[in-house]
Design a protein. Structure first.
Length: 498
């Protein structure tokens, strides 16, 4: 008897699972059609007319699903906002995505028009185009849709729309209020966003923010990202004679800016890549629990070294994820006179190093820039904020002209935030596997100032495949990722928080 009940319940669990898969697949079919339609509207952020046409499409699509929509004017291109009717008893999720895309050069694409989606199946190391008719027989989750913004970031918008359909068809009541903000200038650094938060604060008010943009971890497993690094830049120039001089006449005599710059840069880091400037890593403490989460990310340091072809990594952290928890000090370019075939026998007039500093929440960019400048002064250099005049050249032996870049802050949400716990738990249940938790992503997202201004817990929940050629020709999304995104949104929007 017991056995029979067990079998029956197993069977029913299996059949509801199977039904879910069937329901998801048919929703994916709808999503593919909707995505083709959406991609066919060019979305180059450099062209305001493109953005208007996309916003009109969005108004209609969100409107059909019962959202109230609004176009939020900014100092530049407008933002698109949508919200389902509010219930004050429920917590509110704000979902950020973007509708603009990178410009395209059609000659670099393996298809006639990057805005006309092409269906392809994997073949050997590449892909072959297949007819849309093949979708009528079967939707293969390994097939891909090629077109601009198929991954970045139109498919997440379509995933959300189709999840709403699925929830409505099933009569599932959502335990959250849902607000959506769609950026139209993400590819142009989202400049109007922080100001827009101030202007539309009431409208954007929410309990937590989900950013659905970018790819899942390289292992293709479910991923939640809690933060990302910020960035600022410094440009350092040292000076020799006012004009390049003959190295026979003046070598050994005219001061050499290349050596000055090399000596200066060498004081900034030890041979293991650790910054020697006092205070640079202040405030960063990685406790045991955090270290364990960092270690649980399935990266292989050996594989990274093999792929990038270097023997030993720098030792700021003891492994890749740990290294990303610290601010970097990177020489991104060096220039003095000429090299290679153009090299000349001269004492150059100047040498320049371009630095970028990736920031973490503990390391304010303005503070780090000041630490570097103070360090330069301590090495006996006169720090100037302009090109030296003749008077200054005659007054100081060693001069550095420091040009400062603006600061984009880092953001990071605490890993024990209840909404983050909810997201990872729900996704773990949805996909039946552990969720990869990234504490700090190495790169910088332009919406960090928006997040910091909103002052609510924020999580990046990526939904597309890592090999999507984002920003490049032949951008694509794996059809299986459409299913992934719909399941992810479905799990989150149908599961009550405990
Ligand atoms: Zn994006």
């Amino acid at each position: 008897m017991k056995k029979a009940i067990l079998l029956a319940s197993l069977l029913s669990a299996f059949s509801s699972y199977a039904q879910d898969e069937v329901a998801i697949k048919s929703q994916v079919a709808d999503a593919i059609n909707e995505l083709r339609d959406f991609i066919s509207i060019p979305n180059d952020a450099l062209n305001p007319d493109d953005i208007d046409r996309n916003i009109n499409w969005l108004k209609r699509k969100f409107g059909e699903r019962g959202f109230n929509t609004a176009v939020l004017e900014t100092e530049n291109l407008p933002l698109f906002f949508a919200a389902l009717p509010m219930n004050t008893q429920k917590p509110t999720v704000l979902i950020y995505m973007h509708l603009d895309g990178q410009s395209v050069d059609p000659t670099k694409w393996n298809q006639p028009d990057p805005y006309e989606v092409v269906l392809k199946a994997p073949e050997g190391d590449g892909f072959k185009t297949i007819s849309w008719d093949e979708l009528n027989d079967d939707i293969n989750y390994d097939w891909r849709l090629f077109g601009r913004s198929t991954s970045d970031d139109k498919s997440p918008i379509v995933m959300l729309l189709n999840t709403i359909d699925l929830l409505k068809n099933e009569g599932t009541e959502m335990p959250f209020n849902v607000k959506v903000i769609l950026d139209s200038e993400e590819e142009k650094s989202s400049k109007p966003l922080p100001k827009a938060v101030k202007e539309y604060r009431d409208l954007l008010e929410a309990d937590f923010l989900m950013i659905v943009d970018g790819p899942v971890h390289a292992s293709e497993k479910p991923t939640v990202v809690y933060g990302c690094r910020g960035i600022t830049t410094l440009s350092l120039t040292t000076y020799g004679p006012i004009q390049p001089q003959h190295s026979g006449h003046y070598g050994n005599y005219a001061p050499n800016p290349g050596f000055q710059l090399a000596q200066l840069l060498a004081t900034m880091k030890d041979t293991n890549g650790k910054v020697l400037i006092p205070g640079y890593y202040d405030g960063i403490n990685i406790d045991e629990a955090t270290l364990n989460i960092l270690k649980s990310v399935p990266d292989s340091d050996e594989a990274i070294a093999e792929k990038l072809q270097f023997k030993t990594a720098e030792k700021v952290g003891s492994f890749y994820q740990e290294a990303l928890q610290y601010p970097s000090l990177n020489i991104r370019g060096l220039e003095s006179a000429w090299v290679g075939a153009k090299a000349r026998t001269i004492v150059p007039e100047s040498a320049t190093a371009e630095l970028d500093l990736r920031l973490v929440v503990e390391s304010d960019g303005t503070r780090l820039k000041k630490l570097v400048k103070d360090h330069i002064s301590k090495q006996g250099y006169k720090v100037l904020d302009h090109e030296p005049s003749k008077e200054e050249r005659m007054q100081f032996d060693k001069i550095v002209y420091v040009k400062e870049g603006s600061v984009t802050d880092a953001f990071r949400t605490s890993m024990d935030n209840p909404y983050g716990v909810f997201l990872t738990k729900t996704m773990k249940e949805t996909f039946g596997e552990d969720v990869i938790q990234i504490r700090t992503m190495g790169g910088t997202v332009p919406i960090a100032p928006f997040i910091n201004e909103l002052k609510i817990p924020a999580f990046i929940v990526p939904a597309v495949n890592p090999d999507n050629n984002q920003h490049s020709p032949n951008e694509n999304v794996k059809i299986g990722q459409l299913a992934y995104g719909i399941k992810m949104f479905y799990g989150v929007l149908s599961t009550p928080m405990e």
